[in-house]
Design a protein around this ligand. Structure first.
Ligand code: F6P
Length: 374
Protein backbone atom coordinates (compact mmCIF):
# COMPACT_ATOMS: atom_id res chain seq x y z
CA UNK A 1 0.00 0.00 0.00
CA UNK A 2 1.26 3.50 -0.80
CA UNK A 3 2.58 5.32 2.23
CA UNK A 4 1.74 8.97 2.76
CA UNK A 5 4.33 11.11 4.46
CA UNK A 6 4.42 14.72 5.57
CA UNK A 7 7.53 16.88 5.97
CA UNK A 8 7.95 20.13 7.87
CA UNK A 9 10.86 22.40 8.74
CA UNK A 10 10.74 24.16 12.13
CA UNK A 11 12.84 26.57 14.20
CA UNK A 12 15.45 28.93 12.76
CA UNK A 13 16.27 28.24 9.12
CA UNK A 14 19.59 26.65 8.29
CA UNK A 15 21.52 26.02 5.07
CA UNK A 16 20.88 22.47 3.86
CA UNK A 17 17.15 22.34 4.69
CA UNK A 18 16.16 22.12 1.04
CA UNK A 19 18.78 19.45 0.41
CA UNK A 20 17.21 17.44 3.26
CA UNK A 21 13.65 17.91 1.97
CA UNK A 22 14.87 16.77 -1.44
CA UNK A 23 16.77 13.81 0.08
CA UNK A 24 13.70 12.54 1.93
CA UNK A 25 11.27 13.40 -0.86
CA UNK A 26 13.13 12.01 -3.86
CA UNK A 27 13.97 8.76 -2.07
CA UNK A 28 10.40 8.37 -0.80
CA UNK A 29 8.92 9.02 -4.26
CA UNK A 30 11.47 7.32 -6.47
CA UNK A 31 12.55 4.34 -4.41
CA UNK A 32 9.39 3.57 -2.45
CA UNK A 33 6.54 5.10 -4.46
CA UNK A 34 5.30 7.09 -1.45
CA UNK A 35 3.14 10.22 -1.64
CA UNK A 36 4.79 13.25 -0.05
CA UNK A 37 3.38 16.54 1.17
CA UNK A 38 5.16 19.45 2.82
CA UNK A 39 3.49 21.49 5.59
CA UNK A 40 4.19 25.22 5.43
CA UNK A 41 5.80 27.33 8.15
CA UNK A 42 6.67 24.60 10.64
CA UNK A 43 4.12 23.27 13.12
CA UNK A 44 1.91 26.27 12.34
CA UNK A 45 1.13 24.84 8.87
CA UNK A 46 0.13 21.53 10.41
CA UNK A 47 -2.34 23.34 12.67
CA UNK A 48 -3.73 25.40 9.79
CA UNK A 49 -3.58 22.37 7.48
CA UNK A 50 -1.60 24.33 4.90
CA UNK A 51 0.48 22.04 2.73
CA UNK A 52 1.89 21.61 -0.74
CA UNK A 53 2.45 18.47 -2.72
CA UNK A 54 6.09 17.53 -3.02
CA UNK A 55 6.60 15.81 -6.36
CA UNK A 56 9.54 15.48 -8.71
CA UNK A 57 8.90 18.96 -10.10
CA UNK A 58 8.79 20.77 -6.77
CA UNK A 59 11.79 18.81 -5.48
CA UNK A 60 13.92 19.72 -8.50
CA UNK A 61 16.41 22.58 -8.48
CA UNK A 62 16.32 23.13 -4.72
CA UNK A 63 19.52 21.35 -3.64
CA UNK A 64 21.68 24.44 -3.80
CA UNK A 65 19.15 26.92 -2.40
CA UNK A 66 19.42 28.44 1.07
CA UNK A 67 16.46 28.76 3.45
CA UNK A 68 13.55 26.33 3.15
CA UNK A 69 10.98 26.06 0.36
CA UNK A 70 8.45 25.11 3.04
CA UNK A 71 8.97 28.17 5.22
CA UNK A 72 9.54 27.84 8.95
CA UNK A 73 8.46 29.27 12.29
CA UNK A 74 9.32 28.94 15.96
CA UNK A 75 5.73 27.93 16.83
CA UNK A 76 5.41 25.13 19.37
CA UNK A 77 2.44 22.72 19.11
CA UNK A 78 1.63 22.95 22.82
CA UNK A 79 1.99 26.75 23.11
CA UNK A 80 0.91 28.40 19.88
CA UNK A 81 -0.60 31.84 19.59
CA UNK A 82 -4.00 31.15 18.10
CA UNK A 83 -7.01 33.43 18.13
CA UNK A 84 -4.95 36.01 20.03
CA UNK A 85 -3.91 33.75 22.92
CA UNK A 86 -1.46 30.94 23.62
CA UNK A 87 -3.13 27.56 23.19
CA UNK A 88 -2.22 23.89 23.16
CA UNK A 89 -2.84 22.92 19.51
CA UNK A 90 -1.55 19.36 19.77
CA UNK A 91 -4.96 17.76 19.30
CA UNK A 92 -5.54 19.78 16.13
CA UNK A 93 -2.21 18.54 14.81
CA UNK A 94 -3.21 14.94 15.57
CA UNK A 95 -6.53 15.48 13.75
CA UNK A 96 -4.83 16.98 10.70
CA UNK A 97 -2.23 14.21 10.63
CA UNK A 98 -5.07 11.68 10.32
CA UNK A 99 -7.14 13.87 7.97
CA UNK A 100 -4.17 13.79 5.57
CA UNK A 101 -3.95 9.98 5.95
CA UNK A 102 -0.32 10.28 7.00
CA UNK A 103 1.72 7.21 7.84
CA UNK A 104 4.65 9.30 9.07
CA UNK A 105 5.66 12.88 9.77
CA UNK A 106 9.24 14.07 9.23
CA UNK A 107 10.17 17.03 11.45
CA UNK A 108 13.40 18.74 10.42
CA UNK A 109 14.77 20.99 13.13
CA UNK A 110 17.10 21.74 16.00
CA UNK A 111 16.83 21.14 19.74
CA UNK A 112 13.39 22.76 20.18
CA UNK A 113 11.95 20.79 17.28
CA UNK A 114 13.21 17.51 18.73
CA UNK A 115 11.29 18.28 21.95
CA UNK A 116 8.12 19.21 20.06
CA UNK A 117 8.43 16.11 17.91
CA UNK A 118 8.72 13.91 21.01
CA UNK A 119 5.44 15.32 22.32
CA UNK A 120 3.72 14.43 19.05
CA UNK A 121 5.22 10.95 19.22
CA UNK A 122 3.75 10.62 22.71
CA UNK A 123 0.35 11.42 21.19
CA UNK A 124 0.69 8.33 19.04
CA UNK A 125 1.97 9.83 15.76
CA UNK A 126 4.70 8.16 13.69
CA UNK A 127 7.46 10.73 13.98
CA UNK A 128 10.96 10.77 12.56
CA UNK A 129 13.30 13.76 12.77
CA UNK A 130 16.43 15.14 11.15
CA UNK A 131 18.99 17.33 12.98
CA UNK A 132 19.56 20.80 11.53
CA UNK A 133 20.98 23.92 13.10
CA UNK A 134 23.94 26.19 12.60
CA UNK A 135 24.54 25.82 16.37
CA UNK A 136 25.59 22.12 16.12
CA UNK A 137 24.13 21.54 19.58
CA UNK A 138 21.77 18.60 18.95
CA UNK A 139 22.56 15.60 21.16
CA UNK A 140 23.66 12.19 19.82
CA UNK A 141 24.63 13.25 16.31
CA UNK A 142 28.20 13.98 15.21
CA UNK A 143 27.01 17.14 13.55
CA UNK A 144 23.96 19.00 12.21
CA UNK A 145 23.45 20.38 8.72
CA UNK A 146 23.84 24.13 8.50
CA UNK A 147 26.81 24.14 10.84
CA UNK A 148 29.46 23.70 8.16
CA UNK A 149 28.08 26.55 6.04
CA UNK A 150 27.87 28.92 9.02
CA UNK A 151 31.37 27.88 10.06
CA UNK A 152 32.66 28.90 6.63
CA UNK A 153 30.84 32.25 6.72
CA UNK A 154 32.07 33.11 10.23
CA UNK A 155 35.63 32.05 9.37
CA UNK A 156 35.59 34.19 6.25
CA UNK A 157 34.37 37.14 8.34
CA UNK A 158 37.20 36.70 10.85
CA UNK A 159 39.71 36.52 7.99
CA UNK A 160 38.40 39.82 6.65
CA UNK A 161 38.36 41.49 10.06
CA UNK A 162 42.05 40.66 10.51
CA UNK A 163 43.30 43.04 7.85
CA UNK A 164 41.26 46.00 9.04
CA UNK A 165 42.08 45.34 12.73
CA UNK A 166 45.75 45.13 11.77
CA UNK A 167 45.72 48.36 9.73
CA UNK A 168 44.06 50.40 12.48
CA UNK A 169 45.82 48.75 15.45
CA UNK A 170 42.43 47.94 16.91
CA UNK A 171 40.68 45.25 18.84
CA UNK A 172 37.75 43.83 16.87
CA UNK A 173 35.19 41.92 18.90
CA UNK A 174 33.18 39.70 16.59
CA UNK A 175 29.95 38.17 17.87
CA UNK A 176 29.09 34.75 16.53
CA UNK A 177 25.77 32.87 16.85
CA UNK A 178 25.35 29.50 18.51
CA UNK A 179 22.65 30.03 21.14
CA UNK A 180 24.00 28.48 24.36
CA UNK A 181 26.70 26.41 22.65
CA UNK A 182 30.16 27.52 21.62
CA UNK A 183 30.73 25.26 18.59
CA UNK A 184 30.42 27.96 15.95
CA UNK A 185 32.56 30.55 17.77
CA UNK A 186 35.14 27.92 18.69
CA UNK A 187 35.37 26.38 15.22
CA UNK A 188 35.49 29.67 13.31
CA UNK A 189 37.71 31.27 15.95
CA UNK A 190 40.27 28.50 15.56
CA UNK A 191 40.00 28.37 11.76
CA UNK A 192 40.20 32.16 11.50
CA UNK A 193 43.04 32.47 14.03
CA UNK A 194 41.18 34.61 16.59
CA UNK A 195 43.45 35.62 19.47
CA UNK A 196 40.74 35.26 22.08
CA UNK A 197 37.70 32.96 21.89
CA UNK A 198 34.91 33.29 24.44
CA UNK A 199 32.26 30.55 24.62
CA UNK A 200 29.35 29.82 26.97
CA UNK A 201 30.94 26.59 28.22
CA UNK A 202 33.94 28.53 29.61
CA UNK A 203 32.94 31.58 31.69
CA UNK A 204 35.63 34.22 31.26
CA UNK A 205 37.42 36.83 33.39
CA UNK A 206 37.64 40.23 31.75
CA UNK A 207 41.00 40.89 33.37
CA UNK A 208 42.45 37.71 31.82
CA UNK A 209 41.26 38.78 28.36
CA UNK A 210 42.60 42.33 28.63
CA UNK A 211 45.91 41.07 30.05
CA UNK A 212 46.29 38.77 27.02
CA UNK A 213 45.68 41.69 24.67
CA UNK A 214 48.16 43.92 26.54
CA UNK A 215 50.77 41.14 26.29
CA UNK A 216 50.26 41.01 22.54
CA UNK A 217 50.88 44.76 22.37
CA UNK A 218 54.10 44.32 24.38
CA UNK A 219 55.12 41.64 21.88
CA UNK A 220 54.59 44.11 19.02
CA UNK A 221 51.09 43.00 17.96
CA UNK A 222 48.93 46.06 18.24
CA UNK A 223 45.70 44.43 17.11
CA UNK A 224 43.60 41.58 18.45
CA UNK A 225 40.58 39.62 17.25
CA UNK A 226 38.17 38.50 19.95
CA UNK A 227 35.61 35.91 18.76
CA UNK A 228 32.74 35.90 21.22
CA UNK A 229 29.83 33.47 21.15
CA UNK A 230 26.47 35.15 21.63
CA UNK A 231 25.92 33.03 24.78
CA UNK A 232 29.33 33.66 26.38
CA UNK A 233 29.28 35.08 29.90
CA UNK A 234 31.76 36.57 32.34
CA UNK A 235 32.25 34.40 35.46
CA UNK A 236 30.06 36.41 37.87
CA UNK A 237 27.18 36.60 35.39
CA UNK A 238 27.52 32.91 34.52
CA UNK A 239 27.12 31.99 38.20
CA UNK A 240 23.83 33.95 38.41
CA UNK A 241 22.47 32.62 35.10
CA UNK A 242 23.35 29.02 35.94
CA UNK A 243 21.69 29.33 39.35
CA UNK A 244 18.55 30.80 37.71
CA UNK A 245 18.49 27.99 35.13
CA UNK A 246 18.83 25.37 37.85
CA UNK A 247 16.02 27.02 39.86
CA UNK A 248 13.80 26.96 36.77
CA UNK A 249 14.50 23.28 36.14
CA UNK A 250 13.92 22.41 39.80
CA UNK A 251 10.67 24.39 40.21
CA UNK A 252 7.85 21.94 40.67
CA UNK A 253 4.73 24.11 40.87
CA UNK A 254 3.49 26.57 38.28
CA UNK A 255 3.99 29.68 40.43
CA UNK A 256 7.64 28.95 41.28
CA UNK A 257 8.37 28.02 37.70
CA UNK A 258 6.91 31.29 36.44
CA UNK A 259 8.96 33.29 38.94
CA UNK A 260 12.15 31.39 38.09
CA UNK A 261 11.49 31.97 34.38
CA UNK A 262 11.03 35.70 34.95
CA UNK A 263 14.28 35.91 36.91
CA UNK A 264 16.12 34.06 34.17
CA UNK A 265 14.61 36.25 31.43
CA UNK A 266 15.67 39.40 33.30
CA UNK A 267 19.24 38.11 33.59
CA UNK A 268 19.31 37.11 29.92
CA UNK A 269 17.88 40.48 28.86
CA UNK A 270 20.61 42.24 30.83
CA UNK A 271 23.13 40.28 28.81
CA UNK A 272 21.74 41.12 25.35
CA UNK A 273 24.28 43.82 24.56
CA UNK A 274 27.17 42.12 26.28
CA UNK A 275 29.36 42.17 23.18
CA UNK A 276 29.17 45.94 22.98
CA UNK A 277 29.95 46.37 26.66
CA UNK A 278 32.78 43.81 26.39
CA UNK A 279 34.30 45.89 23.61
CA UNK A 280 33.94 49.13 25.60
CA UNK A 281 35.52 47.58 28.67
CA UNK A 282 38.43 46.18 26.67
CA UNK A 283 39.00 49.60 25.13
CA UNK A 284 39.23 51.16 28.59
CA UNK A 285 41.39 48.41 30.04
CA UNK A 286 43.90 48.15 27.17
CA UNK A 287 44.01 51.69 25.79
CA UNK A 288 43.43 50.31 22.28
CA UNK A 289 40.51 51.34 20.12
CA UNK A 290 37.90 48.61 19.84
CA UNK A 291 35.09 47.91 17.36
CA UNK A 292 32.23 45.42 17.34
CA UNK A 293 30.98 43.29 14.43
CA UNK A 294 27.82 41.24 14.97
CA UNK A 295 27.56 38.62 12.24
CA UNK A 296 23.92 37.80 13.04
CA UNK A 297 21.69 36.18 10.43
CA UNK A 298 24.33 36.45 7.70
CA UNK A 299 25.55 33.18 9.22
CA UNK A 300 22.29 31.42 8.32
CA UNK A 301 21.74 32.83 4.87
CA UNK A 302 22.72 31.82 1.37
CA UNK A 303 23.74 28.71 -0.40
CA UNK A 304 24.72 25.63 1.65
CA UNK A 305 28.29 24.34 1.57
CA UNK A 306 29.10 21.08 -0.23
CA UNK A 307 29.51 19.32 3.14
CA UNK A 308 26.03 20.43 4.28
CA UNK A 309 24.42 19.38 0.99
CA UNK A 310 26.07 16.00 1.32
CA UNK A 311 25.11 15.52 4.97
CA UNK A 312 21.50 16.62 4.43
CA UNK A 313 21.14 14.39 1.37
CA UNK A 314 22.46 11.28 3.07
CA UNK A 315 20.46 11.81 6.30
CA UNK A 316 17.35 12.67 4.27
CA UNK A 317 17.59 9.62 2.08
CA UNK A 318 18.28 7.37 5.12
CA UNK A 319 15.18 8.90 6.70
CA UNK A 320 13.01 7.64 3.82
CA UNK A 321 14.62 4.18 4.16
CA UNK A 322 13.74 4.13 7.87
CA UNK A 323 10.14 5.17 7.13
CA UNK A 324 9.89 2.29 4.66
CA UNK A 325 11.10 -0.01 7.46
CA UNK A 326 8.46 1.56 9.77
CA UNK A 327 11.01 2.78 12.30
CA UNK A 328 9.52 5.72 14.18
CA UNK A 329 10.14 7.73 17.33
CA UNK A 330 13.69 8.30 16.17
CA UNK A 331 16.09 10.96 14.93
CA UNK A 332 18.36 10.14 12.00
CA UNK A 333 21.82 10.99 13.31
CA UNK A 334 25.20 11.31 11.61
CA UNK A 335 27.75 8.84 12.96
CA UNK A 336 30.97 8.92 10.93
CA UNK A 337 29.93 8.14 7.36
CA UNK A 338 26.81 6.33 8.57
CA UNK A 339 23.31 7.49 9.33
CA UNK A 340 21.97 5.86 12.48
CA UNK A 341 18.58 5.90 14.21
CA UNK A 342 18.66 7.25 17.78
CA UNK A 343 15.62 7.29 20.11
CA UNK A 344 13.93 10.67 20.11
CA UNK A 345 13.43 10.48 23.87
CA UNK A 346 17.24 10.37 24.32
CA UNK A 347 17.73 13.41 22.09
CA UNK A 348 14.92 15.72 23.21
CA UNK A 349 15.87 18.06 26.02
CA UNK A 350 19.59 17.25 25.80
CA UNK A 351 22.06 19.71 24.37
CA UNK A 352 25.46 18.86 22.96
CA UNK A 353 27.82 21.42 24.45
CA UNK A 354 31.59 21.77 23.98
CA UNK A 355 33.29 19.47 26.53
CA UNK A 356 36.30 20.91 28.38
CA UNK A 357 38.55 18.21 26.95
CA UNK A 358 37.43 18.53 23.34
CA UNK A 359 40.34 18.20 20.88
CA UNK A 360 39.46 21.55 19.26
CA UNK A 361 39.88 23.28 22.62
CA UNK A 362 43.10 21.49 23.47
CA UNK A 363 44.68 22.33 20.13
CA UNK A 364 43.55 25.96 20.36
CA UNK A 365 45.15 26.33 23.79
CA UNK A 366 48.32 24.68 22.42
CA UNK A 367 48.65 27.35 19.74
CA UNK A 368 48.19 30.12 22.31
CA UNK A 369 44.50 31.02 21.93
CA UNK A 370 43.13 32.62 25.07
CA UNK A 371 39.74 31.54 26.50
CA UNK A 372 39.72 34.01 29.37
CA UNK A 373 39.77 31.36 32.07
CA UNK A 374 43.43 30.76 32.94
O1 F6P B 1 19.37 28.33 16.50
C1 F6P B 1 19.89 29.04 15.45
C2 F6P B 1 20.04 30.49 15.83
O2 F6P B 1 20.58 31.16 14.71
C3 F6P B 1 20.88 30.76 17.07
O3 F6P B 1 22.26 30.70 16.81
C4 F6P B 1 20.39 32.13 17.46
O4 F6P B 1 20.53 32.31 18.84
C5 F6P B 1 18.93 32.08 17.09
O5 F6P B 1 18.80 31.06 16.13
C6 F6P B 1 18.38 33.37 16.53
O6 F6P B 1 17.02 33.19 16.36
P1 F6P B 1 16.07 34.13 15.50
O7 F6P B 1 16.37 33.92 14.06
O8 F6P B 1 14.70 33.67 15.88
O9 F6P B 1 16.38 35.52 15.92
Amino acid sequence: MTKHIGILTAGGDSPGLNAAIRGVGKTALGRYGMQVIGFLDGFRGLVDNRSIRLDSDSLSGILTKGGTILGTSRDKPHRMVFGGKKQDMTDVIVENYHANHLDALVCIGGGGTQKNALQLMQKGLNIITLPKTIDNDVALTDTTFGFDTALGIATDAIDRLHSTAHSHHRIIVVEIMGHRAGWLALGSGIAGGADVILIPEIPYRLETVSEAIRKRVQGGKKFSIVAVAEGALPEDQARLVNAARAAKDKATDKKNRKQAKQELSALEAANVNHTVSLSQQLETMTGLESRVTILGHLQRGGTPSAADRLLATRLGSACADLIAQEQFGIMVAARGDDAVAVPLRDVAGNKKLVPRNHPWLISARNVGTVFGDE
